[in-house]
Design a binder for this molecule. Structure first.
Ligand code: F6R
Length: 608
């Protein structure tokens, strides 16, 4: 997705912008550009393709202390130099960078008249032309333009006549202000400025900020002043590097003993054998009144929600469903007072999840968030929530955030269970299982050489199946998702019980079938599914915690067996998920894929 970085202060602006854009690369982009004000003139440089194309074009000696930069992910118009941002007005007074979509661009162009010439095919360029048609102070001019726009924007503007001032604005696309010493930053994503500051202010929709080296002021669309509090983020630049590994994805996989530990840290209430979740904003009386739960998310967050639904039903005996956030909001859902709605999101900015949250709250529903990114829009708009504390996740494919979502759901399930029929003894047992997770994940990571070998063996497959039952099924879904998105091998997940109702027709000796085989009540039935596959010649790879006495039978049916520690029924999925992450990673590396930025995908999907 598109990224914005902006700066005003005493330092040379170009290195700050270029470094910020580099940090934004992980989000996916196809062109980039910068505009700076130097010797009272506006200079804009843009280039299609990767950042090194832009770096080759900029004059590194340009003397400037104020500017804006952008990475573009094409929506309106191809990824060309012309369509890259920033965009200027014809007199080269203003430069703008824009994330989002202007829906009424045609009407705006009509209002500007036929004589205006556009140099790009983008919807965004019209903003620069509209600015040129305004009079008065920069902040007022930007506001006068924004009231005409229909759509979404994260916007940054510089003005050659106000050479130390930046104006930024937000409506539906994130903008964060970064406070420095005699300098100010702005960005669409913390990664672009974390090297310089962790003191931030999150803009809300409908807010416009004017930034100078001395500080900032925020106003609303009606020009009333908004008083904003700065927060200090517990993030460091080191969180955004590869930690000596080849890929962010690998670092994030091997970091999971730590990230899971962080999600669990301080969350156990030993006295009452329950979870301590400070931010829910729900009293014991509210918890007992919950009759149903609906979990909403997208992609891997949805799969984590499906696993979470199983956990909550098991421990708390509350009916739970998990649904794709985008589908939920468009089917005009019935919102009920005694239903708890839970939105789950790593970035806290996913548009579809945010829109579902707003729809529920608009209808009076109570929404909890399970969110990783501190201060993100979803985190700010929910009624209460659980931060995952997994640390920044940079690689496009979700790994450590996914397992932290599972862990956060298990804590919520424990709390809800203990507010009902789960006994203190059962609560303590579950706490003990959760405490073992970081160490058990460490053990799973030791399987890497075997997993790598399996990846090598099946990397040429056209298609793969992932199967599991009950608690294992969402993990199969996530396993298939990981393999698809980073290795581009087609993969399908099915409940093991469903194989014979259709997909078995596709099983041949060229279709590896990855079987989630935990030590649970359905072990024997899942083994029967392995027999069905074997009878059709399909290679079976079992990921199992089954007891040793079942080992000979499993071995006789499976081409390969990966043994993971025998964790509890509800914590087992976390361990199996790590196996699938390593499998996808090694398949992708071996096939020469761009592991951190898979094709066609972007981190944090802030458009519909
Ligand atoms: C898959 C992946 C995506 C995200 C989805 C939701 O690896 O990363 O499917 O899980 O786009 O993103 P968040 O969690 O930021 O709402």
């Amino acid at each position: 997705m598109c990224g914005i970085v902006a700066y005003t202060g005493q330092q040379a602006v170009l290195p700050i912008l270029l470094d910020g854009l580099k940090q934004l690369e992980y989000r996916g982009y196809d062109s980039a550009g910068v505009s700076v004000i130097s010797r009272k003139r506006l200079k804009t440089v843009k280039a299609a393709g990767k950042l090194h194309n832009l770096e080759a074009k900029v004059d590194a000696k340009t003397n400037s202390h104020c500017g804006i930069g952008h990475t573009r992910w094409a929506t309106h118009g191809a990824p060309t130099d012309e369509n890259a941002h920033p965009h200027n007005d014809p007199s080269q007074r203003f430069a703008i960078v824009h994330n989002g979509i202007i829906e009424n661009v045609d009407a705006l162009k009509t209002s500007l008249g036929k004589s205006v010439e556009y140099t790009s095919e983008t919807d965004s360029e019209v903003i620069a032309h509209l600015l040129a048609a305004q009079e008065g102070e920069l902040l007022d001019a930007v506001r006068a333009v924004l009231v005409q726009l229909v759509g979404t924007y994260g916007l940054a503007v510089i003005d050659q006549q106000n050479p130390t001032t930046l104006v930024v604005a937000r409506n539906g696309s994130p903008v964060i202000l970064g406070i420095g010493d005699g300098e100010m930053f702005a960005a669409s994503d913390m990664s672009a400025m974390i090297r310089h500051t962790n003191q931030v202010v999150h803009l809300d929709d409908g807010e416009i900020a004017e930034l100078t080296p001395e500080g900032f002021k925020v106003v609303r669309m009606d020009s009333s002043v908004a008083s904003k509090e700065a927060i200090t983020l517990n993030e460091q630049h080191a969180h955004y590097d590869r930690g000596g590994h080849d890929h962010f994805l690998y670092r994030e996989i091997v970091d999971q003993p730590i990230s899971i530990g962080q999600t669990l840290s301080g969350r156990f209430d030993k006295r009452f054998s329950t979870a301590h979740l400070g931010g829910l904003n729900l009293e014991a009386r509210d918890l007992i009144g919950i009759k149903r739960i609906t979990i909403l998310g997208c992609g891997s967050a949805l799969f984590a929600g499906m696993a979470g639904a199983n956990m909550i039903e098991s421990l708390a005996r509350i009916p739970v469903i998990a649904e794709p956030a985008a589908e939920f909001r468009y089917r005009n859902p019935v919102i009920e007072k005694d239903t708890l709605y839970v939105v789950v999101s790593q970035s806290g900015e996913t548009f579809d999840t945010l829109a579902a949250l707003r729809e529920v709250r608009r209808k009076g529903g109570f929404v909890l968030g399970i969110v990783n990114s501190v201060g993100s829009t979803i985190a700010r708009e929910v009624d209460g929530g659980i931060y995952m504390h997994a640390g920044p996740e940079v690689s496009v494919a979700s790994t450590k955030a996914y397992t932290s979502m599972l862990v956060a759901f298990s804590l919520l399930a424990l709390l809800l269970g203990r507010s009902r029929d789960l006994s203190p003894q059962q609560g303590t047992r579950f706490i003990n299982e959760l405490k073992l997770l970081p160490e058990q994940v460490e053990q799973v990571l030791k399987l890497e050489p075997e997993i790598k070998e399996i990846a090598e063996q099946y990397k040429k497959s056209q298609s793969a199946f992932f199967i599991g039952r009950t608690h294992g099924f969402p993990i199969a879904l996530e396993g298939a998702q990981k393999l698809k998105e980073i290795s581009y091998i087609h993969a399908e997940a099915y409940p093991a019980s469903e194989l014979k109702h259709g997909p078995l027709a596709l099983v041949t000796k060229k279709t590896p079938c990855f079987v989630v085989l935990p030590n649970d009540d359905l072990l024997q039935k899942t083994i029967s599914s392995m027999e069905e596959i074997k009878a059709r010649g399909g290679p079976v790879i079992a990921i199992t915690s089954a007891p040793h006495k079942a080992a000979p039978r499993i071995k006789s049916l499976a081409q390969s067996v990966l043994r993971v520690p025998d964790a509890g029924e509800l914590t087992q999925p976390v361990l199996m998920a790590v196996v699938f992450q390593l499998l996808a990673y090694h398949s992708a590396v071996s096939l020469g894929r761009d592991v951190d930025q898979p094709r066609n995908l972007a981190k944090s999907v802030t458009v519909e």
